[in-house]
Design a protein around this ligand. Structure first.
Ligand code: 4NP
Length: 156
């Protein structure tokens, strides 16, 4: 059984598609599956934002197979780990948790790098392309820590 990881943001078109692509690229696909979802439903069925696609492509990642979907309560049983991009996503996801076990699966993405500092991956939707580069760099660093930890955990 693969370990299943879910990346969550608001729209599932900017940040979490990048997080999905980046983490996937750092993990062996026979042992891990990575998916993403949004707490909001406005963009369901859409491709990632053009700027996320371009930023990923610049770094050698293709994320054009992804389609946006909304986070659902069954994701708490489907996934082993749920990483949220900001404290607003954290609040929204925890509100949907059916029990305490579900809550323990949820963590703030940047806590991987800076535990307890409540650092958000900023929403780049209304800004320019540099916002997407910044998001990519933050996610790349945090996902490396997460990938190392997941690989280490499964080896034990
Ligand atoms: P994301 O960015 O949460 O990183 O996918 C957003 C994309 C769209 C919207 C909000 C955030 N929106 O309100 O449509």
């Amino acid at each position: 059984m693969p370990v299943k990881v879910l990346m969550v943001c608001l729209g599932n078109i900017c940040r979490s598609p990048l997080a999905e692509g980046i983490l996937q690229s750092k993990l062996p696909s026979d042992k891990f599956t990575v998916d993403s979802a949004g707490t909001g439903g406005w963009h369901v069925g859409e491709l990632p934002d053009k700027r996320s696609i371009a930023t990923a492509r610049d770094r050698g990642l293709d994320i054009t197979h992804q389609r946006a979907r909304q986070f659902k309560v069954s994701d708490f049983t489907e996934f082993d780990h749920i990483f949220v991009m900001d404290t607003s996503n954290l609040k929204d996801v925890l509100k949907l948790a059916p029990n305490d076990k579900a809550k323990t699966k949820v963590s703030l993405m940047m806590d991987a790098l800076h535990p307890g500092e409540s650092i958000n991956v900023p929403d780049p939707y209304y800004g320019g392309p540099e916002g997407f580069d910044n998001v990519y760099d933050m996610l790349n660093e945090a996902c490396q820590i997460v990938a190392n930890k997941l690989i280490n955990d499964t080896a034990r």
